[in-house]
Ligand binder design. Structure first.
Ligand code: SF4
Length: 476
């Protein structure tokens, strides 16, 4: 299992939450955005039975791929090699960054233009490139905005969803040379496009993520709405794709159901504007396309999740973001409060594999367990059940704690109190004696009631006549 070279400090989730809940504008902005996304998604799934059937199909496709993951990854490598795509394996973020640095250096480039890739965020690629003098430029508009602001994405699909158009207008005016303040969304998009198009012309290296990799054909599928993904994968001389090892499916026919689920769940679109099938570098006689295509396959804790029969389900994820949009916790605090690349319900499941439970112990408790995430997940990941399992592992209760940091969430006081209670509860005579003493000692508790107790209204039994009416109706 992968262990980080320098284990990061535990995430101070509670302090992060206190900071964001004290910002009413941010909360209102997230609430509005999540309501909008939920409404768009609901329109795309009007028939609950059809949705359920599609979810089942999506779940089966992902489970089938995971059940054959080692074999499919080998097949994918063979198929990609046949198509002229070079495959590189990285166990850790450090290895993945080094591979990309080496490829960029060999290509002679000092600028990497990136399409949207959460895996590149996961490995902190921009920092690694900049540390060796290679600039990284985000070309997805949301990513470009957060990069200009020096922030991280707050949502896996909409990285800058926490920003208002006025904040973006101020940012462009401050950071983009020669730009005056405008809060016209169309003008802001045109400004971004102008800057990025010039960069596409100048760079030798484009980098992208991958939504689905098809083992039988060696095809990399990439969905997007802005055309920047197509530019990154076709204009530069070298295209480097990066993805997690779980993104593979067996057959081409498995792609359409997953795509239907992905785009409808993510942005409420029946289909995205661009769908890229990448099947190799430029061929003899072709006028455009990259001369080299590389795929970096990243583990970073995924094989640890794979080894646990139940947590393996986290690898079914198609990164649609619907669980975040429907999560009452995420909708109030936004993505930055989680302090991880992947926020929200899915982030709480995958981050412990990447960073360790000792770093993410607070995250697994940040759920009301209302079940909304599990209900909307297009591939039926049982998110609430898995959160409970991670909570147990965090407390050191699970039978086989495979995760790094398992048991770290347990405090000394908890261990002593639960141990004492277990001892007492398993001895009926002592337990009865304890109950008797506790009942007697109740007389010593303060007689004055606190504000919380006084604010509560005790449940009163329903009027007898109502009981009788209901009884007679149920018997009728
Ligand atoms: S867990 Fe399900 S709902 Fe959440 S991002 Fe993954 S696929 Fe989408």
């Amino acid at each position: 299992m992968n262990q980080p070279t320098n284990p990061p400090a535990p995430i101070n989730f509670h302090a992060n939450v206190r900071r964001v809940v004290a910002n009413p504008a941010l909360r209102a902005s997230f609430r509005g955005a999540m309501d909008f996304l939920m409404a768009k998604r609901a329109v795309q799934f009007p028939d609950p039975e059809a949705f359920e059937a599609l979810r089942t199909q999506g779940e089966q496709i992902r489970q089938h791929a995971l059940s054959r993951l080692p074999e499919l990854l080998e097949q994918l490598e063979t198929s990609l090699a046949r198509n002229g795509i070079q495959v590189h394996w990285a166990e850790t973020p450090e290895q993945a960054c080094q591979l990309i640095i080496d490829l960029a250096t060999r290509a002679g480039g000092d600028l990497v233009v990136k399409g949207k890739s959460m895996v590149s965020e996961e490995i902190e690629l921009n920092h690694a490139l900049e540390a060796v003098g290679i600039a990284a430029l985000e070309s997805d508009m949301g990513e470009y905005i957060v990069q200009l602001a020096g922030e991280k994405p707050s949502h896996i699909i909409m990285p800058a969803i926490h920003k208002t158009k006025e904040e973006i207008a101020r940012l462009f005016a401050d950071k983009v040379p020669g730009v005056d303040y405008t809060d016209s969304v169309d003008e802001l998009i045109q400004i971004g496009r102008r800057v990025l198009r010039e960069k596409f012309r100048d760079t030798r290296i484009g980098l992208s993520g991958v939504n689905i990799a098809v083992a039988e054909t060696g095809t990399l599928c990439l969905v997007e709405n802005e055309g920047n993904g197509r530019m990154c994968t076709t204009v530069p001389e070298v295209h480097i794709a990066i993805t997690g090892i779980e993104k593979v499916v067996a057959k081409l026919e498995h792609v359409p159901p997953l795509l239907t689920l992905l785009t409808r769940s993510a942005t409420g679109q029946a289909a995205t504007t661009y769908f890229n099938w990448i099947s190799g570098p430029r061929r003899e006689g072709e006028l455009d396309g990259p001369r080299e295509v590389h795929l970096v396959l990243l583990d970073n804790g995924r094989s640890g999740a794979y080894a646990d029969a139940r947590l393996r389900a986290t690898l079914q994820c198609i990164r649609c973001g619907a669980c975040m949009n429907h999560c009452p916790v995420y909708a109030r605090i936004g993505g930055h409060a989680y302090g991880t690349t992947y926020p929200g319900p899915i982030g709480k499941l995958v981050s412990p594999h990447m960073l360790g439970l000792d770093v993410t112990a607070d995250l697994v408790t940040a759920s009301s367990l209302c079940g909304a995430c599990g209900e909307v997940c297009p591939v039926k990941i049982p998110i609430p059940d898995l959160l409970l399992q991670l909570r147990q592992q965090s407390q050191g209760h699970a039978a086989a704690p495979l995760l790094p940091g398992a048991g770290s969430g347990r405090k000394a006081l908890q261990t002593i109190s639960y141990g004492l209670f277990a001892w007492l509860y398993s001895r009926p005579a002592f337990y009865r004696l304890f109950s008797l003493c506790a009942t007697r000692l109740r007389a010593l508790t303060p007689s004055k009631q606190g504000a919380w107790t006084l604010s509560r209204t005790a449940l009163r039994p329903a009027p007898r006549s109502l009981h009788e009416r209901m009884k007679s109706r149920s018997e009728a």
